[in-house]
Design a protein around this ligand. Structure first.
Ligand SMILES: [Fe+2]
Length: 353
């Protein structure tokens, strides 16, 4: 039996009633949080976009008035994908098959084959909370009667003193946990990224401390690191000049990271690792540069691509796919302080493996 095969078997109570698997627990707990489902620019007025979040297939739309709607991508009539239909000028999502229309709350408002007053109350699809902030569309799948977690605050992204670069989303075959932990893992810079910003001559990581902030879910740490200038020419020995920098991480657990200083002084980068399922994610990312930096966005995007590539290869091969939250299962050394704090916090949130 493969080492981790037992993890796919549901835990069983004494009375033999199966309880949820770690994957099911992951999907249930993650519904409380806000997740990025699209970049604002990808949802044009009058347009529909299919999105996947936590194993749910949804349709995201924007009316001509700019209002957003997020519904199950499944017509209540014959299960057709509503995202194949259209948004009407009246702001309803119209199924392409029989023309049923749903308002922003998912209520059916028109069945062309019926008089309006004969539309059954059961003709409806589930709608979800949706909001827009910092160039991204956010969704929360928590039930109507439940309280969602507070949404992240991303101040610099809407600040006129910054130019915002919004990256292409990345679809990775790994869990959001593994992706977030990779993004915050300072100990691999000098090894895996020696051809970009990593400093091959400085593999030892300066001690850093991780703090849990008062909100109970933000992990904060500043890691000093002598990063190399990825745009400089290497010297005769193949080394590029380095400069002292501090990577200021604020990890809004479980899936959003704010990283200050990594793309140059005064910059702020965010990543939002959206769990499309328990074991796959879509990474949305953007970076705010001080206006006076006059950043070459094309060169920056090319640089980030060279960083994401090796990261992706690592995380897509990691086993087990979710994080082992039992700290005895993998080795943790002093430079892994973030991973230890993150895994503990996820355990306290109810996640498990
Ligand atoms: Fe990396």
């Amino acid at each position: 039996m493969p080492k981790h095969a037992f993890r796919t078997v549901p835990w069983v109570h004494d009375d033999d009633t199966p309880v949820e698997t770690p994957d099911q627990a992951f999907l249930r707990i993650s519904r409380r949080f806000w997740h990025v489902v699209a970049r604002s620019g990808d949802v044009v007025p009058g347009g529909l976009v299919p999105v996947t979040l936590l194993d749910e297939q949804l349709v995201l739309g924007r009316t001509l008035d700019g209002e957003l709607t997020l519904l199950d991508d499944l017509c209540a009539h014959r299960g057709v994908r509503l995202s194949m239909g259209a948004l009407t000028s009246g702001g309803c999502v119209r199924c392409p098959y029989h023309g049923w229309e749903y308002d922003l709350d998912g209520r059916c408002t028109a069945i062309p084959q019926l008089d309006h007053d004969r539309i059954p109350a059961t003709a409806r699809v589930t709608s979800y909370r949706v909001a827009e902030q910092a160039g991204m569309v956010w969704a929360c799948l928590v039930g109507e009667d439940e309280q969602p977690a507070p949404p992240p605050e991303l101040t610099e992204a809407d600040d006129a003193g910054f130019d915002l670069f919004v990256g292409e989303p990345l679809d990775w075959a790994c869990s959001s946990f593994r992706e977030i932990e990779n993004f915050c893992d300072v100990a691999h810079f000098s090894i895996l990224h020696a051809d970009t910003f990593g400093n091959g001559r400085e593999p030892v990581i300066a001690p850093y401390e991780v703090t849990l902030l008062d909100d109970g879910r933000t992990l904060s740490f500043d890691a000093a690191y002598p990063a190399c200038d990825p745009f400089a020419e290497p010297d005769a020995e193949g080394h590029r000049p380095s400069f002292p920098s501090v990577f200021g991480y604020r990890v809004l657990a479980p899936f959003t990271v704010r990283l200050e200083g990594a793309a140059g002084p005064g910059t702020v980068m965010w990543i939002h690792s959206t769990p499309t399922s328990a074991r796959t994610c879509r990474v949305f990312w953007d970076t705010a540069f001080p206006v006076e930096a006059r950043t070459d966005f094309a060169a920056y995007a090319e640089f980030e691509e060279k960083v994401w590539g090796p990261d992706r290869a690592m995380v897509e091969g990691q086993r087990p796919e979710l994080l082992p939250l039992d700290l005895t299962e993998e080795l943790h050394l002093p430079f892994d302080r973030f991973a230890v704090a993150y895994r503990r916090l996820l355990g306290e949130m109810g996640y498990r493996l």
